[in-house]
Design a protein around this ligand. Structure first.
Ligand SMILES: *Cc1c(COP(=O)(O)O)cnc(C)c1O
Length: 399
């Protein structure tokens, strides 16, 4: 291992990330090159952001055209591509209306505000929202309060109140935690938890929660910021369970790297916000909207949903074949090109070792190797990921 590859802080940039001492210079497809000319295979995708990889030959000219025409105009006026992207999201989700913002936490913040106002509109003055253990929803005060990770919350109290926390995949626990509570307005979770360690909600659980929300008149709010936008092989990960949520925050992969967030709402939540209730200056700006429109268009043109499902299954099979039955492996989880490999001990060091070996990935929840590569990844590239990663894991588990 290259001893230089340890996190190093910058002199004037706040030290919020343990950054490796390399800087990316440019990219093409699933490859990145750092400023020293070293090449990397990208299984991180900018943390599930670079849907179309780097320098996509169809995306680049579209964004160049948009930058030359108009980057920003404000929400005082109509933005035609907002309407276009909203329609594209509505058609693919089976929902009805969209609010645009610029990040994942903003999308979740809007969802939380929707849920609270949904309650207030029904006469509930102290609305409560069900959230989950190990959840990650962002780092604003409200979204870190909804997050189920004490490390994210430490030092930022008092937290926002009005959350009830339950375990994953346990419908009885959800019923028990909310029994006789008239203040509950919504249930809020990720279909597949990302930062929490690639933890999927089971299809049966999703269906049971959908039914319970209908029965109790709660909003079903599903954070698809990381697992959505085609990553699992369907547009949205909850669609594997055949359900439709009432509120769905999106961000990360929606703009292929251009900052963008969105909250998609179904009929129950579509008209809660009225003029003056919510807004954001950058939200829905022409550049971000063009990025979203082109991302979806190119994904369909290039068959990237099918590709994510196929290449993801291939990579997973390679990992399972090599690691299956190994006492150091706890579980391989995920769907499509969202894959988590949980080991039986903390393995953060593998981020650096993989980077050193020319492979970008991340380790989350201490012991879960997470891969969320661009959806353009080929089977050959997935094989290359496995060829670099598997020896590193085997060596690490033998230590
Ligand atoms: C990344 C992430 C967020 C936060 O998104 P930001 O753009 O970093 O604010 C929220 N929810 C989930 C599931 C995420 O993965």
């Amino acid at each position: 291992m290259n001893a230089a590859l340890k996190p190093v802080a910058s002199p004037h940039v706040m030290n919020t990330y343990g950054r490796l001492p390399i800087a990316m210079s440019h990219g093409r497809g699933c490859r990145l090159w750092d400023t020293n000319g070293k090449e990397y295979l990208d299984a991180l995708g900018g943390i599930a952001v670079n849907t179309l990889g780097h320098g996509h030959p169809k995306l680049v000219p579209a964004l160049q055209d948009q930058i030359a025409k108009l980057i920003h105009s404000s929400n005082y006026y109509h933005v035609p591509d907002q309407e276009k992207l909203a329609q594209m999201l509505v058609e693919r989700s089976g929902m009805t209306n969209v609010f645009f913002c610029s990040t994942g936490l903003e999308a979740n913040e809007a969802a939380l505000k929707l849920a609270r106002k949904y309650g207030h509109d029904k006469g509930i003055e102290r609305p409560e929202i069900v959230v989950y253990e190990k959840a990650f929803h962002g780092r604003s005060i409200a979204t870190l309060s909804a997050t189920g990770n004490p490390k994210v919350q430490a030092g930022f109290g008092p937290l926002v109140e009005g959350f009830i926390r339950v375990p994953l995949n346990d419908i009885e626990a959800l019923k028990k935690a909310t029994v006789g509570n008239p203040n509950v307005v919504a249930v809020f979770f990720e279909t597949i938890q990302g930062e929490g360690g690639v933890n999927p909600m089971r299809a049966q659980y999703l269906q049971d929660v959908r039914a319970l929300c209908d029965q109790r008149d709660w909003l079903l709010m599903i954070d698809e910021v990381q697992c959505g936008m085609g990553r699992t092989g369907k547009w949205f990960a909850h669609q594997w369970a055949g359900i439709v949520p009432d509120v769905m925050p999106l961000a990360k992969g929606l703009g292929s790297g251009v900052p963008i967030g969105a909250v998609v709402a179904g009929p129950k939540a579509a008209n809660i916000f009225q003029p003056g209730n919510h807004g954001t200056t950058f939200g829905g700006n022409p550049l971000a909207m063009r990025a979203g429109v082109e991302t979806i268009r190119i994904m369909e043109e290039d068959g990237l949903l099918e590709n994510a499902a196929r290449v993801g299954a291939h990579l997973r099979a390679r990992l399972e074949k090599s690691l299956g039955g190994h006492p150091g492996l706890k579980e391989i989880r995920g769907q499509g090109l969202m894959i988590g490999v949980e080991l039986n001990k903390p393995c953060g060091v593998l981020t650096q070792r993989a980077c050193d070996a020319g492979l970008l990935l991340s380790v989350t929840a201490d012991s879960v190797i997470r891969m969320v590569p661009p959806l353009i990844m080929t089977t050959a590239e997935a094989d290359e990921v496995a060829d670099i990663l598997l020896p590193l894991i085997h060596a690490f588990l033998a230590e």
